[in-house]
Design a protein around this ligand. Structure first.
Ligand SMILES: C[S@@+](CC[C@H](N)C(=O)[O-])C[C@H]1O[C@@H](n2cnc3c(N)ncnc32)[C@H](O)[C@@H]1O
Length: 370
């Protein structure tokens, strides 16, 4: 399978959207550990590219360095050691030009930002992912790690890497996958060697949902009792669908990713386009019942579960929201509405559906029928 080289042209809008999501996540991830005074954290960019595109737009490695720069005050104060691993490899090429460019871009950046250079330990690596991933796995396992897998295509989503990441306990990862490849080649034997996805199942849904189908099938591969949660963010580029698969075990990480995703798209929190055609659902048709938008549908579920006592407190409600790919705010809006309508009561003004209330302060709040 041949791939278009991302670095031959300026990054397009969907590539920039992907990089912004990567960067937003680094921005949210770094302070979580630095503020706790964790002694060492690691960032791995296994498919790092060249540092910048043809017209100087920053790629993932420079964005990582930029976000470390934002945190420098805290990094020095808390004495957190940050190790950054940047890998770039062009298969079948003797001269590794992209790798050379990567080193140059980052060295120049660090020369101009000496304080960032002092704050980090940077490793430039020029290996095939297949070889370098097993060698770095113990590092990923031993320290809180942020892992970017911005591959071409889908190959490295295969079980031997994906399930290894599942076993790590403090890793958040962002995979990039070309969902279109599944659609076109998913049934090929060569493809199935890398990743066995049931295409008959996936093709029961329209093409635009391919990314969702992949995630559903990946979830089925996870061992029972796994804490790993997976969430998609689909990116449309012309007729093709690409997307991010975010994975993390900790609810705080999930909360942060979902906050970023819903900030990017307040309608569905899951794509850079109107994947569920919610805009149409906003319009009330005189003759048909109004269809519920994604957020309305979620709120209706919440209301039903609270009324039938399946959900009786904020701990359950918060976990339910994350499980459904929603942010606490959506659940809280529903509860406030129910309280206003005298359907439930709870002490205080807020239904306390936030990570801080549930997991940090452990403030449990009961929702009661009046
Ligand atoms: C989608 S691009 C990554 C773009 C990068 N994140 C950026 O912001 O510029 C994928 C990169 O992975 C490199 N690559 C391809 N096959 C690889 C392999 N087997 N191991 C490591 N890197 C590989 C490609 O040369 C390409 O630069």
């Amino acid at each position: 399978m041949s791939y278009k080289d991302l670095h031959e042209e300026p990054f397009d809008d969907s590539t920039i959207a992907k990089l912004e999501i990567f960067e937003d996540y680094a921005q949210a991830w770094l302070p979580t550990f630095i503020m706790q005074g964790v002694p060492k954290i690691c960032i791995f960019d296994f498919f790092a590219g060249t540092g910048y595109d043809k017209i100087g737009i920053a790629g993932s490695p420079i964005r990582i360095l930029e976000q470390i720069k934002v945190q420098l005050g805290h990094v020095f104060q808390k004495k957190t050691k940050i190790e950054v691993y940047l890998n770039e490899f062009e298969p079948n090429k003797k001269k590794q030009n992209k790798f050379e460019l990567l080193k140059r871009s980052c060295s120049n950046y660090l020369n101009e930002n000496k304080d960032v250079e002092r704050a980090i330990e940077i490793h430039y690596l020029n290996h095939d992912f297949e070889e370098i991933f097993p060698l770095l796995l113990s590092k990923i396992r031993d320290f809180p790690s942020l892992v970017y897998l911005d591959q071409n295509g889908i190959k490295f989503l295969s079980d031997k890497y994906f399930l290894e990441l599942e076993k790590t306990r403090q890793t958040d990862f962002l995979y990039f996958v070309s969902a279109s490849y599944f659609w076109r080649f998913g049934e090929n034997l060569e493809f199935k060697m890398h990743l066995d996805i049931d295409m008959t199942e996936a093709k029961k849904h329209p093409y635009k949902f391919i990314h969702r189908s992949i995630i559903e099938q990946l979830r089925k591969k996870l061992p029972t009792g796994t804490k790993l949660k997976l969430y998609p963010f689909s990116l449309k580029k012309g007729a093709n669908i690409y997307g991010i698969i975010f994975g993390a075990s900790h609810p705080f990480a999930v909360d942060k990713f979902l906050t970023i995703a819903w900030r990017r798209n307040e309608t569905n929190g899951q794509a850079n386009f109107d994947i569920d055609e919610d805009a149409q659902k906003e319009q009330v048709d005189m003759f048909f019942e109004k269809k519920l938008t994604k957020v309305e549908d979620f709120k209706q579920n919440v209301r039903r579960k609270v009324l039938n006592r399946e959900i009786i407190n904020n701990f359950q409600l918060y976990d339910f929201a994350l499980e459904e790919g929603h942010i606490g705010t959506h659940a809280a809006e529903c509860l406030k509405h129910m309280k206003k309508n005298n359907e439930i009561t709870y002490d205080g003004i807020s239904p306390l559906v936030t990570y801080d209330n549930v997991y940090n302060q452990k403030r449990q709040l009961e929702y009661k029928r009046p």
